[in-house]
Design a protein around this ligand. Structure first.
Ligand SMILES: [Zn+2]
Length: 450
């Protein structure tokens, strides 16, 4: 199986290279904005022509595709960007490519071919507001040595950490380089290489013999995760310190005067620490998801809270919500690589409110309760561990559901016991007898198939 993979490294550019990186990001943005203006002008022209009664081929063509936009750009660049030769031509292409994707997302979304939130018409990118990035797909870019990358027109830029894992794979032909994206996050430049690797997919049956059974995963903040096996996966080494600095920096930011120089500095500092925390957690999550996908045949995680439903202002929750999205994304492709299965629990499945021993539900459990105490069977368990075990139990429940799938309306045992309360502590918690029909607790998606 061929699969795509990315390697991302922090760059340590010198001053001249730093200027080059900014210039290239600016050039990509310039091409994007130029193309957008061109598309908008052509659309307006068409509208006007249509109002005179013109139709079909008589109407002005809108440069809607990458080849059309590139052609137009090459004809116009001497005029609109006499400095174009200072930048790699790849960066202008990258800007136009971003625009084409934006246009495609817009039309797909309007025609119902795209899931998720509605996508609006592309908007102009503003310097300092838009994300700085550009991309190479052809030419002499790539790792130059173990510790440096070659970026055309910018030079040989030092990389912050050794790239052995990538250069080794490229050298012996196990991987092929497809492109490199250079971008800036919280004041720091990164390069991300997209590569194509040939992977052998372990066939599931033979694999299952040596793999451990299902495992439930509950993400925390104090710990990275708690598994249904009882194992507590610790946070990456330096995360605690970063989290402390993060709350201090956000307090300092909140106290600063709006629109002051101090506020801008504190915002930049806050952004840097946020990026650091995100990196450290992502690193820890990668190690965890690889291990899980390799050793267990089924992994059960919670669904994420959909965007906009929980705009949690508590720092701690926000951090773990982001982790949830990452763990799920990583497991989606890693389970495919290693031949295991990912199960995502129903959004409303109250994994932390349910007793993993007898199924009793505690409607009054709050986020502050770190221990789950069952009033029915007397089980006392760590909150996160209890949740992880419940997630694991879903696999057994879903197996019985699959067998009876033809019925369509069959509810699992879990769902029949008690009507589901809405989990994230909304007003409905506690009204067990509400008019909400019982949902299928174990309704879930096997993302493995999608
Ligand atoms: Zn119980």
């Amino acid at each position: 199986m061929k699969s795509l993979q990315a390697y991302r490294f922090a760059l340590d550019p010198n001053d001249a290279q730093l200027a080059g990186l900014s210039r290239h990001a600016g050039a990509a943005r310039f091409a994007y904005n130029w193309g957008l203006a061109r598309v908008k002008a052509a659309l307006a022209q068409r509208d006007a022509e249509a109002s005179y009664g013109l139709t079909g081929d008589a109407l002005t063509l809108v440069p809607w595709t990458l080849p059309a936009l590139r052609l137009a750009w090459n004809a116009a660049k001497h005029e609109v960007a006499p400095w174009w030769a200072e930048c790699s031509k790849e960066t202008f292409s990258a800007g136009l490519d971003q625009l084409v994707r934006g246009l495609k997302n817009f039309t797909d979304s309007r025609k119902g071919r795209r899931r998720g939130r509605r996508v609006g018409f592309p908007r102009f990118k503003k310097r300092g507001k838009a994300r700085d990035s550009f991309r190479y797909t052809t030419g002499a870019y790539g790792p130059a040595t173990d510790r440096s990358v070659k970026l055309p027109r910018i030079g040989q830029v030092k990389v912050h950490e050794p790239m052995g894992a990538l250069t080794g794979r490229l050298a012996d032909g196990r991987a092929r380089l497809l492109g490199a994206t250079v971008s800036r996050t919280a004041g720091r430049w990164f390069v991300s290489f997209t590569i194509e690797v040939e992977r052998e997919v372990p066939s599931s049956p033979s694999r299952r013999q040596c793999a451990a059974g299902p495992v439930g995963v509950d993400l925390g903040v104090k710990h990275l995760a708690v598994l249904s096996t009882g194992e507590t996966v610790a946070n990456p080494k330096h995360l605690a310190g970063s989290l402390r600095r993060l709350s201090r920096a956000s307090r300092a930011y909140a106290r600063s005067k709006p629109a002051s120089v101090g506020r801008r500095k504190r915002a930049a500092r806050l952004g840097r620490i946020h990026a650091r925390v995100a990196h450290q957690r992502r690193d820890g999550l990668h190690k965890l998801t690889t291990r899980l996908a390799k050793t267990h045949d089924t992994i059960v995680v919670e669904d994420l809270h959909v965007a906009g439903m929980v705009r949690n202002r508590h720092l701690v929750r926000a951090v773990s919500d982001i982790g949830m999205a990452q763990i799920r994304r990583q497991l989606t492709y890693k389970t495919r690589w290693y031949g295991s299965t990912l199960v995502v629990a129903d959004r409303w499945y109250p994994s932390s409110r349910t007793c993993s021993g007898c199924g009793w539900r505690n409607p009054s459990l709050t986020l502050a309760d770190r221990t789950f105490t069952c009033h029915s069977c007397g089980l006392i368990a760590d909150r996160d561990h209890n949740a992880a075990v419940n997630l694991k139990h879903l696999v057994a429940a879903s197996a019985s559901e699959t067998e009876n799938a033809r019925g369509g309306d069959r509810k699992t045992a879990l769902a029949r016991q008690v009507p589901v309360n809405r989990e994230p502590g909304t007003a409905q918690a506690g009204q067990t007898g509400s008019a909400v029909p019982p949902r299928t607790a174990a309704r879930q998606r096997l993302t493995h198939d999608s």
